[in-house]
Design a protein. Structure first.
Length: 521
């Protein structure tokens, strides 16, 4: 039973992707139904896996443990899979009215719905595969498969800008992730020389390599050093780290809002997951790895938030914010120790929740107004009060304002940096958090509240006090449909729950952090 459930967490989303694409070509509503059912089933399976792995002793579940396609779900991968499945279901629910609105606006056609839902479920399936594989080479294959599955989603609108963004996304990520392949191959080569790993297929399995990390490092120290450098470049590109980030703003801006939420909320976290998996076991052997990660994390935090401040496009600035926030995760990974690893995993979860919420809001704003530029948006709170409230919750959570979830993970990272004597890193993290609050609050005020501060303005006729941006012929933007609001409100509740009562997540986060700590010994 345990083997079947591990395989099902990958097979179910991939199977529903195929069914949605094939049957949806006959009836488009079948594509929608099969995608939602498939996403719900994937979440149910992920909950079952998490209950088994995280609710008990923390033992891993496996499938075909000595084969090339070996799967293994431990505490860390269980948390990542649960985030993927949970956000995947919310994305599907959000997409139902959003895609129908895009059809009415002429941005796509009903005939393309099966392609969208099929590719989105395939995207989710490849990400769960990346989190579940136990093979060092298949890890690269799965991460690259996420790129191939999402490239057409980035270019889904099929206009010039979308095609350019899709091409740039595919090209830069493919080139970047090739370095990860070189690193994985070098790591495999170093492991092959260890007598304990000379058995059939065993050198490729990450669980075996990491259990003998010291012998691998002693066998080929120079090869291991080069492998770590390539892995940081390759998976750092996937994670959107500075200076490997140029693909990220274009892809996030031109993709449909549900896809942007998956890209920023989950995909870049999968890249960082792969980075953590392959570098943490060798911290003691290649000490420079931690210093490099701390520097890259700090640079990503500061440069990312400065790019946010200079951006006028709502979706692009949220993409740059993801660069900044992923810097916190990488900084915490570089700091290491139990507290650093705990903070890194916690912030992966919190960033996925809050940033998906913000991209959902951006999609609702664009759907209602037809605009994305801050200079063309104002006064939307009057017409979209729930959406406005959701934006401010997400912005405050990302900025690390108590009592929301981002505060708890950032505080953990601050304490980890201080505990290890990395005072400059702690200072950069605190400064970035303050800048994030200022910048995102400025965005929220500009988009949602500007123009309604005075009584005189509030008493004007609606036609005179309409926001700057409006869909042609419709000066009164409407609140997002119920399904979109439901998806946003679920994320709002999670932001509040993990901020007010974070202990509900501590057992799962503890298991995940222990996986990284034990692999680094």
């Amino acid at each position: 039973m345990s083997e079947n459930i591990v395989l099902a967490v990958i097979a179910v989303p991939l199977g529903s992707a195929l069914a949605a694409w094939l049957l949806g070509r006959w009836r488009s509503w079948l594509a929608e139904t099969l995608a939602v059912v498939g996403a719900a089933a994937t979440l149910a399976i992920a909950l079952g896996v998490s209950w088994t792995v995280l609710g008990g002793s923390g033992l891993a579940l496996g499938w075909a443990p000595r084969s090339f396609w070996a799967l293994r779900i431990d505490g860390l991968s269980a948390v990542v899979i649960l985030v993927i499945a949970g956000l995947g279901l919310l994305v599907m629910v959000y997409s139902l009215p959003h895609l129908r609105s895009l059809i009415r606006q002429g941005k796509t056609t009903e005939a393309r719905l099966p392609l969208f839902y099929g590719l989105t479920m395939c995207f989710i399936g490849t990400m769960t595969w990346a989190a579940a594989t136990d093979n060092i080479i298949v890890l690269f294959i799965a991460v690259e498969a996420t790129t191939l599955a999402s490239a057409l989603l980035v270019a889904f609108y099929w206009n010039r800008r979308a095609l350019e963004a899709g091409y740039k996304y595919l090209l830069l990520l493919t080139v970047g992730i090739t370095f990860a392949l070189f690193g994985c191959v070098l790591l495999y080569a170093a492991a092959s020389g260890v007598p304990e790993l000379s058995g059939y297929m065993e050198p490729m399995l990450m669980s075996h390599i990491f259990a003998h990390a010291g012998q691998v490092a002693a066998q080929a120290p120079s090869v291991l050093f080069l492998a770590m450098a390539f892995i940081i470049i390759g998976f750092g590109t996937k994670g959107g780290l500075i200076p490997f980030h140029p693909w990220l703003p274009d892809a996030h801006a031109e993709a449909p809002a549900p896809v942007s939420a998956l890209l920023s909320g989950i995909l870049i976290e999968v890249g960082i997951y792969a980075l953590a998996r392959t570098t943490a076991p060798f911290y003691l052997s290649v000490s420079a790895v931690q210093d490099v990660l701390i520097v890259l994390g700090g640079a990503s935090m500061l440069i990312g938030i400065m790019l946010v401040a200079a951006e006028d496009d709502l979706k692009r600035l949220l993409a740059y914010s993801s660069v900044s926030q992923i810097g916190y995760v990488v900084l915490a990974l570089g700091i290491g120790g139990f507290l650093g690893m705990f903070g890194a995993v916690f912030h992966i979860v919190n960033h996925a929740i809050a940033k998906s919420l913000l991209f959902f809001v951006a999609g609702a704003v664009e759907q209602a107004t037809g605009k994305r530029r801050l200079s063309e948006l104002a006064n939307l709170r009057r017409y979209m009060p729930v959406t406005a409230a959701c934006f401010f919750v997400g912005a405050l959570a990302i900025g690390g304002c108590p009592p929301l979830n981002g505060f708890m993970s950032k505080l953990t990272i601050f304490l980890a940096a201080a505990g290890e004597g990395r005072w400059w890193a702690a200072g950069v993290a605190v400064l970035t958090g303050l800048l994030t609050l200022v910048v995102l609050m400025r965005v929220g005020v500009r988009v949602f509240t500007a123009g309604i501060a005075t009584r005189e303005e509030s008493e004007r006729p609606a036609e005179e006090s309409a926001p700057v941006a409006a869909v042609a012929g419709n000066p009164h933007p409407k609140e997002a449909p119920a399904a979109m609001l439901a998806a946003m409100l679920v994320l709002v509740l999670l932001c509040v729950l993990l901020g007010v009562y974070p202990v509900v997540a501590y057992p799962a986060l503890k298991h995940a952090a222990e996986v990284l700590c034990l692999s680094g010994r």
